[in-house]
Write a new protein. Structure first.
Lengths: 235, 235
DNA sequence: GCAAAAGTGTTAATCTTACACCCATGT
DNA sequence: ACATGGGTGTAAGATTAACACTTTTGC
């Protein structure tokens, strides 16, 4: 950053820098959010996003991954920066800005014990409790971003198990967009992209007949991007 | 933010928080960026984005607007947060994170003297010099964001004078998307949105015949949003 | 009168939407 | 045999893309 002459006469003070994580999961056809019961004062016992101060010796993204690891036991998950919240009075105690980062996790992989130890709970996205500070705003913004990104980037797959069925994928997109999609059109479109690899296995958990499992094919996705780029699922 | 038990044993240290502004303008058919010659050590004399430390008693957005005001004299311009840059070693001197914010300004309105006093220069977006630290990365990211946003939100108009012609608007979009657009299709699409108000005046600076001036109509835009929302210019 | 930019319509191709029935299987 | 979700095709409508000529006017 550059500072101009006038800045030199201003006080340059440091401030606290935190990061809060918006952790999305998808389970039983519902989009869910991982929320914690705060263990420290002030506002002990209130619901809150998991977060931490950023250490002097770690990148912002490292701090986000550390929080995620500490609270879910998960490594190597999709994570992206959302926005930085920096209203001067957002934290009543002291001046503290927070970089919100959102994560998409495969809910079947997370460490349930670890999560419970931390007093955590998965809430359905449209039945969230009141969260501390500006955390509800963060979740709202993250959901908007998720909707936006899911449309043009294949991030939806980060929320599903490695192997998934087309109906599962559709339910995920319906949960993200918060509206129904036509099953014939959805299937047509998603298959036309050529980024799904059909497996020989079936998943019978959803029906008696069973639905074929598919895998996301990153190589074909890269090809798609090169060949003019138009990944777009539903809308 | 929440901190977990383990955090309580970690050092909670404050850090410097800065903001850097990516200021876009549009002039002579080219998308431009306002860049400054750094006046303080280290890296004095190098090109840099305008920036400042964030004061303890101001919101992040206030800090951005302050920088903008100090460097261009402009108030009340479109400004939005881009991303926060927080690699631990991004500033060689001390740990400092920077919230990048981008602004779209009507280049005809800015205070040229003020800008020159600060050793500033407008560079064409594809002929930028090397900037300090991670500033080139910031610009790259801001340009991506601008491309993305211009497609679905009417932010392009922030870069034009209040009154503008259709060919001017088209050149702007061509500069943002960095590709040619078909003039007949562009005109058809943009007029079909019903958000432009045709004036009786002509602008003759671009041609002998002159082109009709138009104004962006915010009320109609609000109507468009309510009635199902599909603002989309070109692609 | 000519150069230079403004303005105008049509058609083919593509993509999106709406919609209804048969299939496979566990009970 | 029936209930349940999985899987398939088609036609109408909307949108996009490609494309060429006339208009105005300052020089």
């Amino acid at each position: 950053m550059t500072y101009t002459n006038t800045d030199l006469y201003k006080v340059k003070e440091k401030m606290y820098v935190a990061t809060d994580c918006i952790i999305f999961g998808f389970d039983s056809g519902k989009l869910k959010l991982l929320v914690f019961k705060r263990k420290v004062s002030p506002l002990e016992g209130e619901w809150s996003l998991p977060g931490s101060f950023v250490q002097l010796d770690e990148d912002l993204s490292e701090a986000g991954r550390r929080v995620l690891k500490e609270t879910t036991g998960l490594d190597n998950v999709f994570m992206d920066q959302l926005k930085t919240y920096g209203k001067k009075d957002r934290d009543p105690g002291y001046r503290c800005i927070s970089i919100a980062q959102y994560a998409l996790i495969r809910i079947d992989e997370y460490d349930e014990k670890l999560v419970e130890e931390h007093g955590a709970h998965w809430f359905e996205i449209d039945h969230l409790p009141i969260l501390i500070f500006d955390h509800n705003e963060m979740v709202h913004d993250a959901l908007m971003q998720l909707k936006q990104n899911a449309r043009y980037k294949p991030i939806g797959f980060e929320l599903l198990p490695e192997k998934f069925t087309i109906p599962q994928l559709q339910k995920l997109y319906e949960a993200i967009y918060q509206r129904q999609l036509d099953d014939r059109n959805f299937r047509k479109k998603v298959l036309s992209l050529n980024v799904l690899e059909k497996l020989d296995e079936k998943d019978k958990s959803g029906s008696k007949r069973g639905a074929f499992l598919h895998k996301f094919n990153y190589k074909n996705y890269q090809k798609l991007l090169k060949s003019g780029y138009n990944f777009e699922i539903a809308g």
